[in-house]
Every structure is written in structure tokens, then in C-alpha cells.
Ligand binder design. Structure first.
Ligand code: ADP
Ligand code: MG
Length: 720
């Protein structure tokens, strides 16, 4: 269909083509990868009451993803509309579903799959005498073979439904190329199957590759959650599992306020004896597998001080919430969930888990309780009292007073013990022992000065300490670790103890610094870019803001940059479309941008704030349009870690004190600006280099050139 209209001229056919492309793109937004399609298909089987679910995969699910269940089946008369958007048989709990899955899953899963793959459904209800088979494309029935009728055909089959998804993303090459290769996609599929198998131990699951007869996941029906965990994650985890439940009923709300909600939670989690490299976290809310960085972080927090540093627990948490209190928040790769009274609910769950960990691990209880009492003086009477306190506070927050009034008090216990343990952590700061200025200047050798009026100044360390934010996202931790790993020791030393001599060339970003007896020409632009990247990671999720007043519309800013951009010939889109596209991407990511990067874009597209990376340093706002424009193509919005690192790289690039136009004519105005820039470079940037920058090994040769040294010390300061 799309092939024939390709060459047709005129506006009408082109418009049609775009519409089908848009449908595909929309479907691609919902179905990210084979594993996300599978998740929807599994949920449908479970909704259909299946007791056995068999999954077959070819090439990581990109060639074939087949799922067979023994559920209620689909009536023949329903087959024609099955893959139309918004068709669902789940009317009674439709609102529940829509609350949990606002990102398009209201009878949209099968429709979406049919837009990006060849889908075949074979189904038989108990009352049918045979199964019926139907093929779908772009939301509608299509013939299995060219020329044949599209009507469902009688076929052999047992009770239940088999759905085969073939050639996923065959018509969306970009989405296809964003996938990671069949091994990794298969691993993600196994992960989804494994998690659903744990949550549904009464259902038998199997998952295998077409090329193999032995399944990679195979569970019996009728087991229990701990049995399933043992089966799928191994006996090591299973023997160290603890169990806890918490619930909250409306009656507990003494004043019965309107937003009172009932909820319950059930958790299986490892004790102090078990530790793994990465946290395994399974979260089901109302039986849907979801993600919540927030809950994960809170749970991991309990284990700090219980587990050896750098190790993590296994946690399975299943929560049942009033569906009307659940909301889904869009994240680059995942669907993150938020719900009403989140803080209070998480607090209750954490405390319950904490108690059971403490009670279980008597040998470690002493340590742990010390931390607890250290954090809170009202814990003297033990558990019973603590629980009451927490419940009171929970009530308070529900009865209308702000949650912030109650949660910090409870939180204190947790965060206090976080603080205590994190003091032992090796931080970036610990690599920067502060040296007395005399230690450096005392080594003699008059610093070289360019200008008699401005004698060389040892850079000040008066700047306010920039705290490293607590972050439990694995992706961010790994990025932070990468910095530490690639640290160049010798250059760290130089930067820590350098003396700023002067700026040589503002446009080419060159400055002179002295270290001991040597003089170095450094590219402060390159250093600054690295510094700002690192400051971005350091403050991840906890930035101060630069408020823009009045807030400019992002679309106009992007349009400004797009207008002057010359590399657009390669795309078929005109400038307006490019602007629209980039604006849409940023609007889509609004919630993530404000949560993690303090980059606040209002609902109507105004840029309210940008993150402040370094006090006393304001980025050149002339670069703002370019920054926003580059966020479109330069940031990889599809994978969490890449998204964060590419975003932070762009942010850093924006912050670099490089003039926008390399050889701007030196009029009076720009001279004033130049002075301000020079001031920032000397008084904000260079002190921050010595304080925060962990120079990577890659920098030295290119960007730091030794220009002079005293020959008699040459041997001692040999370059590496
Ligand atoms: P939703 O699950 O939100 O209703 P879907 O697009 O996932 O939307 O499914 C559409 C409808 O197709 C379902 O409501 C259900 O009636 C039917 N269906 C899908 N998969 C199955 C299955 N495995 N067994 C029985 N019915 C199914
Ligand atoms: Mg569904």
C-alpha cells in the first residue's frame, strides 16, 4: 500500500501516506520493542483466565513472537473488530484499565501491534466446534494470501487463543534499528516472562526459541510465589527470603475524609544474608508490571547499612491500589507509575519491610537499631510505638494537611541512616584533598602573568559546596562510576593545585595555568564541557534552577535555531516540520525533564527554568535556542542510560563559555560581555575545575599542553 503511493505526485496521496506513517509512529511509541508487545499479550492471556501460557520466539521476537493460551478464547464474531483501536471486551473494568495504562492501552494493544507487524490470531471458545484464524494489518482484517478473502477461516485448534506477531517493526525501520540485537531483546523477553511467572504462580509459563526444544523458562502451574522465585531465580535467593504484608482500609481513616483509599501490599524480599550486584526489583501494581524509580529507591534505601556496600537485594512487591488513585507518568523507555498518597504508602511499606529485616537478623540488629535511634528519639519504646506514630502521620496526610508536613518526620529515620552510612562512602570530593595555598605557592617560582594589572591569583575555594545527590538509578550510578574509572591521576593533581594565570584567547578557549614549576596551556572549553557534564551527573535529580522570566516559548526558540541550521538538506522535512517535531519531543519528555533535570516546560510550552549547574556561573543564554534544537536529534530518548548521558552532554555543551560566533566584531557591548565571561572563567570555572573536575585520561594530550618548565625539575615531573 505504501509502496504504490510513494511516487504519486500531488498533495492528496502524500497526505495519506503521512497519516499511515503517523499511525505507525504512534504504535511504535506504545510498542517499544518485542518485550513490550509481549507484556501486553501476556496480560491479555491472563485477563482471559489462562492457566497455561506458551511463548515461542524467533530472533529476539523481531521475526516471530507467538503466544498461546488456554483462556476463554475470542468469539468468531469479534474477530473482525479485534484489532481496531479502542475495542475491548473489558467494559466493566475499563476505567480501571485506563487509569493504570493511560499511555495508550485502552483496547489499543492489539491495534498497535497490527500497525507495526503482521499479526495472526487463532482462537477457539469452548462452545465453538473449531478454531478461527484471522490475519491483521493496520488495524483491520487482511487476507492470509493475496487474492484470498480476509474473512476468518476455520482452522484446527484447542480451546484458547494463539497470537503470532511476525516481522515486528518491518515498516518502521528507525524503530527496528533502535533495537539491540536478538540476544538482548530475547533477554528482555525472558525478563518479562519471568516476572509475570513469579506474579502468577498458579499459571504455567513456558518460553523458548523456535530453534530449541528446551524452554528457557518453564514453570509448573499451581505453585506459590516463593516456589516460583526459587524456581526462576534460584535457591540462593529463595533461602534468604522474607515475607511481609501491609494493608490499609478505609475504616482506618478515623475522619473518613474523601480521598481515603484502601490499599494493600505484599512483599517477598531477601534478608541481610543475601546480596547481589544489582537490585532485582519486581513491582506489580494491580497485577500490571510497572516501573517506579521512586519506590525502588526507597526500598533500596532500607538496605543501606544492612548489606555490604555496593551490593543489592531482591525485592518482589505487589500492590493493590484503588485504580482511581493510580496515574501513569511517561518516561523515555518505561511507564512509570505514580499514585495518590504515594509517600505515605511507600513509607508504610518500607517500615514494615525494615521491621521484618531487623527482627530476622538479630546479629545485625544492634547496628541497625543504633542507626534507627540515632535518627529518631521517639523510637524508645520499640516497634509498637513506631508503628502507631507512622499510622498517625499517615492519617494526618490523608485528612488533607499537606504530605510534606508529615512525611519528613517519618522519613528522618531512613534518611538519617542514609546520611550516616553515606559519610563512609567514597565520594568524588574525597579525591580532592584541600591543600593549604602555602603548600603550592611556597614552592617558589613566580607565576607568569600576562598582564601587570591583574597579578596571578590562586583560585579561591570559597564556592559553596555542591552536594552530590543521592541517586539510586543504576544508570546514573554507572555513569558516575565511569567517571571515576577513567580518572587521570596526574592531571587531577595538576588541576587541584593549579594557579590560574590568565586567559590567552577567549574565542579559542585557551588559558594558562601554573602547577609547581610548570606552565600549561589548557583548553578551558573542553575542560568546562567535561566539568559541566560531571556536575550534571553529580546533581542528578536535585538541581537548583535558573528561572527564566518571562519564560520563552520553546517552540520559538527552537525555530530560531532551526532557521539558521544548515545541515537540514538531508531530511525531507521542512524547517517548520523539524521545529514541530523537536518541540513535540520535548513536550513529550516534560515530566522527566523537570523531575531529573529541573528543566521546567509548562503545559503550554513555555520554558520556565533550566538547571543551574554551578553557582556564580550563568551560561550564555544566546545558546539556548541551539541547545533546545540539539536536544531533538542529539539525545537518545529511547534508552534510559543513553538518554541521561546524551542529555547531560548537551547540557554541558550549552554551558561551555564559548562565544556563539567565533570571531564576533569587538564592539563596545561585546567587550563588556567579554569581561563578564572572563570573570566567570577565572572566578567560577577554574575554582570548580580544582574542586569538582575528575579529568578523564582522554583529555591530557589534546587539551593540556605543557608550555614551559624549569629544566632542573624536569626529571621529577616527568609526563605520563
Ligand atoms: P484490552 O486488553 O485493553 O481490552 P487489547 O487490544 O489488548 O485491549 O485487546 C483487545 C480485546 O481482545 C480484549 O479486550 C479481549 O476481548 C480480546 N483479547 C485479546 N487477547 C485475548 C486473549 N488472549 N484471549 C481472549 N481474548 C483476548
Ligand atoms: Mg490488553
Amino acid at each position: 500500500m505504501s509502496g504504490s503511493s510513494d511516487s504519486a505526485p500531488g498533495p492528496l496521496p502524500i497526505r495519506r501516506l503521512q497519516e499511515s506513517v503517523i499511525n505507525r509512529i504512534a504504535a511504535g511509541e506504545i510498542i517499544h520493542r518485542p518485550a513490550s508487545a509481549l507484556k501486553e499479550l501476556i496480560e491479555n492471556c491472563l485477563d482471559a483466565g489462562a492457566t497455561s501460557i506458551r511463548i515461542t520466539v524467533k530472533e529476539g521476537g523481531m521475526k516471530l513472537l507467538q503466544i498461546q493460551d488456554d483462556g476463554c478464547g475470542i468469539r468468531k464474531s469479534d474477530l473482525p473488530i479485534l484489532a481496531e483501536r479502542f475495542t475491548t471486551s473489558k467494559i466493566s473494568n475499563f476505567s480501571d484499565l485506563s487509569k493504570l495504562t493511560t499511555y495508550g492501552f485502552r483496547g489499543e494493544a492489539l491495534a498497535s501491534i497490527s500497525y507495526v507487524a503482521n499479526m495472526t490470531v487463532t482462537s477457539k471458545t469452548k462452545s465453538d466446534s473449531c478454531a478461527w484464524k484471522a490475519c491483521y494489518s493496520d488495524g483491520a482484517l487482511v487476507p492470509a494470501k493475496e487474492g484470498a478473502s480476509a474473512e476468518p477461516k476455520a482452522a484446527a485448534g484447542t480451546d484458547g487463543t494463539t497470537i503470532a506477531v511476525e516481522n515486528l517493526f518491518y515498516n518502521t525501520p528507525t524503530r527496528l534499528s533502535a533495537l539491540r540485537g536478538s540476544a538482548e531483546e530475547y533477554a528482555r523477553i525472558l525478563d518479562v516472562v519471568t516476572k509475570y511467572a513469579i506474579h502468577n504462580p498458579h499459571v504455567a509459563f513456558t518460553c523458548r526459541k523456535t530453534s530449541s526444544n528446551t524452554p528457557d523458562v518453564s514453570t509448573p502451574s499451581g505453585s506459590t510465589v516463593p516456589q516460583a522465585i526459587r524456581h526462576l531465580y534460584g535457591p540462593t535467593i529463595a533461602k534468604d527470603l522474607l515475607y511481609a504484608t501491609v494493608s490499609h482500609t478505609e475504616e482506618e481513616d478515623r475522619n473518613g475524609s474523601d480521598d481515603a483509599t484502601s490499599w494493600s501490599a505484599e512483599a517477598h524480599f531477601t534478608n541481610a544474608n543475601y546480596h547481589a550486584k544489582k537490585t532485582v526489583f519486581l513491582l506489580f501494581i494491580n497485577h500490571r508490571l510497572v516501573e517506579s524509580a521512586h519506590i525502588k529507591k526507597a526500598l533500596e534505601g532500607i538496605y543501606i547499612g544492612i548489606l555490604p556496600k555496593g551490593t543489592s537485594p531482591f525485592i518482589y512487591l505487589s500492590m493493590q491500589l484503588d485504580p482511581s488513585s493510580v496515574d501513569v507518568n511517561v518516561h523515555p523507555t518505561k511507564r512509570e507509575v505514580h499514585f495518590l498518597d504515594e509517600e505515605a504508602v511507600i513509607e508504610r511499606i518500607c517500615n514494615t519491610i525494615q521491621e521484618s529485616l531487623v527482627a530476622q537478623s538479630s546479629s545485625r540488629a544492634f547496628d541497625y537499631q543504633t542507626l534507627l535511634t540515632g535518627g529518631s528519639s521517639r523510637d524508645a519504646k520499640g516497634k509498637g510505638k513506631e508503628r502507631r506514630l507512622i499510622e498517625e502521620e499517615g492519617d494526618e496526610s490523608r485528612s488533607g494537611s499537606s504530605t510534606s508536613a508529615s512525611t519528613p518526620a517519618v522519613k528522618k529515620i531512613l534518611s538519617q541512616h542514609k546520611v550516616r552510612t553515606s559519610q563512609k562512602d567514597r565520594t568524588l570530593d574525597s579525591m580532592f584533598p584541600v591543600m593549604a595555598p602555602s603548600q603550592v605557592t611556597g614552592q617558589g617560582g613566580a607565576p607568569v602573568s600576562q598582564d601587570d594589572d591583574t597579578p596571578p591569583v590562586r583560585t579561591q575555594r570559597k564556592i559553596k559546596e555542591i552536594e552530590r545527590s543521592e541517586c539510586y538509578l543504576m544508570s546514573v550510578r554507572e555513569l558516575r562510576e565511569e567517571i571515576t574509572k577513567s580518572q587521570h591521576q596526574h592531571f587531577t593533581e595538576i588541576l587541584q593545585n593549579h594557579i590560574f594565570v590568565g586567559i590567552v584567547d577567549v574565542h579559542r578557549c585557551l588559558s594558562l595555568v601554573q602547577h609547581a614549576k610548570k606552565l600549561y596551556l589548557v583548553n578551558h572549553g573542553v575542560l568546562a564541557e567535561e566539568l559541566f557534564y560531571q556536575l550534571g551527573l553529580r546533581q542528578f535529580g536535585n538541581f537548583r534552577r535558573i528561572k527564566l522570566d518571562p519564560p520563552p516559548p520553546i517552540k520559538s526558540l527552537i525555530s530560531l535555531a532551526v532557521e539558521v541550521e544548515e545541515g537540514l538538506q538531508r531530511t525531507t522535512l521542512n524547517k517548520e516540520q523539524v521545529t514541530e517535531r523537536i518541540t513535540a519531543i520535548l513536550m513529550d519528555q516534560r515530566e522527566m525533564l523537570v523531575e531529573y533535570f529541573a528543566m521546567h516546560i509548562s503545559e503550554d510550552g513555555l520554558l520556565e527554568s533550566i538547571p543551574l549547574l554551578l553557582g556564580d556561573y550563568t551560561p550564555n543564554l544566546d545558546k539556548l535556542p541551539l541547545f533546545l534544537m540539539r536536544l531533538g536529534p542529539q539525545v537518545d530518548w529511547t534508552s534510559e542510560q543513553e538518554c541521561f548521558s546524551t542529555f547531560l552532554r548537551e547540557l554541558a555543551y550549552f554551558y561551555v563559555p564559548e562565544p556563539l560566533l567565533p570571531e564576533a566584531s569587538p564592539d563596545e557591548d561585546s567587550e563588556g560581555v567579554g569581561k563578564a565571561v572572563a570573570w566567570q572563567i577565572q572566578h567560577a570555572l577554574f575554582p570548580a575545575f580544582s574542586r569538582y573536575l575528575v579529568p578523564p585520561k582522554t583529555l591530557l594530550d589534546r587539551d593540556v599542553v605543557e608550555v614551559a618548565n624549569l629544566p632542573d625539575l624536569y626529571r621529577v615531573f616527568e609526563r605520563c
